[in-house]
Design a protein around this ligand. Structure first.
Ligand SMILES: *Cc1c(COP(=O)(O)O)cnc(C)c1O
Length: 394
C-alpha cells in the first residue's frame, strides 16, 4: 500500500490531500490575471505498489468510494479499414466516446466524486465548456451528490440538456468559460462545496491518468506515439502522469512520444511551446471542448511537453471537420470535433511517422454531444417521399 500526497509542480513543496487544498498557497501568490494557474499540485505515490495490475492501486481514493457505475476499460480498437486507408499497420483508437456520459472527463469526475464521498462532502461545483459539466452531473447523479455547474451561454445545447437531465443545477454565465471559471470558484468558496475545476483540483489530472494505464495494459506495451487534443492541457498532463507512474513503478522504462493537437484558433499552449510565454488571444474554434483562451493547466502541460520531448501542432477547423467526417465514414466512430482533432493531427503529420509504429489516437468525446457542428459537413435530405418513384426526381 502506498501513501499518497500532493507535491507542487513548481516549487516542490508537499501537502496532505485535503478537500480544501487546491493550488500551492506559496506559488499561487504569483497568480496573475488571465494567465494559466500557478502552483498546480500533483499527486505523488509514495512507495512501490504490490499489485500494479490493479488500476485502483494507482489512485489516492479507495475503490469502495467510487459511485456504482461500470469501471471497466474503454475499448482500444483498430479499424482494418482505417489502417488500409492510412497505410499504418498499428493504428489504435482509444474510444472515450464509450464513457458513461460520453467523454474522457468521466475519469476525472469519478475520482473527484469518490473523494467527495470518502470525505463526506455533499456538493461539487464546476465550471465547464460542456463536457466536464455534463460528466460531473452524470457521475455526481450516480454518486448521489449535488452538482452545480457554471456554463458559458455558448455551450452546445446537448451538453446543457445532458447536465439538466442528470438533475444538476445549471447556471449559465454571460461571457466565456474563463468568466464561468472565476464565478464558480467564488461560489464554491462561499458555499464550502468541492470545486472540480479542471487543473485547479489536482484530482482532475490524477483521474485522467487512468487512460494511460489502460492503454498500457491493453497494448501490453507503451505506444510509440499518442495524439492528444489539448485545450486546458489537463488531459495531456494526465496522460504524462499515467506513463510516469508506470515508469516509477518499474512497469515500463520509457515515456511515449506525445503529440498535443490544438485548434488554430485556440492555440495558447502551442504558442507558448514555441515562444516560452503565454500570451492572451481570445479563442475561436468550432471544437468547443478545446476552445480555451487561458489554458488553466498551461505551465504544467508545457513543462511536461518540454521534459519528455513532446510536440505540439495546430489544425484548422476545416481539417477538424474533414477528420471528423472521415473517421465516421471509415470506422463507425462518431467523435465530437475536439476528439476528431487527434485524427486531424495524425493526418497532418503522418508523413513524418513510420508506418509500423504503434500509434494511439485519443478519441475524447462523442459526436452526438454537438450535432450543430457535425451538420456543417453533411447534407440534410430536402424532400420527403411518399413513393419510391419520387426518388428519381431527386
Ligand atoms: C476537455 C476535452 C478536451 C481537452 O482537454 P483539456 O484538458 O482541456 O486539454 C478534449 N476533448 C474533449 C472531448 C474534451 O471534453
Amino acid at each position: 500500500m502506498s501513501n499518497f500526497f500532493y507535491r507542487c509542480t513548481e516549487c516542490g513543496r508537499e501537502y496532505a490531500i485535503l478537500p480544501d487544498r487546491m493550488c500551492c498557497p506559496h506559488c499561487s501568490e504569483k497568480q496573475s490575471f488571465n494567465k494559466p494557474l500557478r502552483g498546480i499540485l500533483e499527486v505523488i505515490m509514495g512507495g512501490r505498489i504490490s499489485n500494479p495490475e490493479d488500476l485502483f492501486a494507482f489512485l489516492p481514493v479507495e475503490k469502495t468510494h467510487f459511485p456504482p457505475v461500470p469501471l471497466d476499460f474503454t475499448p482500444l480498437w483498430q479499424s482494418s479499414r482505417l489502417k488500409e486507408k492510412t497505410g499504418f499497420s498499428h493504428l489504435y483508437m482509444k474510444d472515450e466516446t464509450r464513457q458513461l456520459t460520453g467523454s474522457l472527463k468521466d475519469r476525472a469526475s469519478l475520482l473527484v466524486a469518490a473523494f467527495a464521498r470518502r470525505e463526506g462532502i455533499k456538493e461539487i461545483t464546476v465550471a465547464s465548456t460542456g463536457n466536464a459539466g455534463s460528466s460531473m452531473a452524470g457521475i455526481g447523479a450516480a454518486a448521489g451528490l449535488q452538482i452545480t455547474l457554471f456554463l458559458p451561454e455558448s455551450a452546445p445545447k446537448a451538453k446543457i440538456v445532458q447536465a439538466l437531465q442528470y438533475g444538476a443545477r445549471v447556471i449559465p454565465v454571460k461571457g466565456t468559460y474563463d468568466q464561468a471559471f472565476d464565478l464558480s470558484l467564488a461560489y464554491s468558496k462561499k458555499r464550502d462545496s468541492l470545486s472540480r475545476n479542471t487543473a485547479y483540483n489536482p484530482l482532475t489530472i490524477e483521474g485522467k491518468k487512468t487512460v494511460s494505464l489502460e492503454i498500457f495494459y491493453q497494448l501490453k506495451d507503451i505506444p510509440d506515439v499518442i495524439f492528444v487534443p489539448v485545450g486546458d492541457g489537463v488531459i495531456l498532463s494526465g496522460i504524462y502522469k499515467g506513463f510516469r507512474d508506470l515508469k516509477d513503478q518499474h512497469c515500463t522504462n520509457s515515456i511515449p512520444h506525445v503529440v498535443a493537437v490544438q485548434a488554430e484558433g485556440s492555440s495558447a499552449i502551442a504558442r507558448a511551446f514555441h515562444t516560452g510565454k503565454f500570451t492572451l488571444s481570445p479563442a475561436k474554434t468550432l471544437a468547443d471542448s478545446i476552445s480555451v483562451s487561458v489554458p488553466r493547466g498551461g505551465y504544467y502541460a508545457l513543462k511536461q511537453l518540454k521534459t519528455y520531448h513532446g510536440s505540439v501542432i495546430t489544425v484548422s477547423d476545416n481539417e477538424i471537420l474533414h477528420a471528423q467526417k472521415e473517421l465516421s465514414t471509415t470506422t463507425g466512430l462518431f467523435a465530437e470535433p475536439a476528439a476528431a482533432a487527434s485524427y486531424a493531427g495524425f493526418l497532418k503529420i503522418k508523413g513524418t511517422l513510420s508506418k509500423d509504429q504503434k500509434i494511439v489516437l485519443l478519441i475524447t468525446g462523442n459526436g452526438l454531444k454537438d450535432i450543430d457542428t457535425a451538420r456543417k459537413s453533411i447534407h440534410f435530405p430536402k424532400n420527403s417521399i411518399s413513393s419510391l418513384e419520387d426518388l428519381d426526381h431527386d
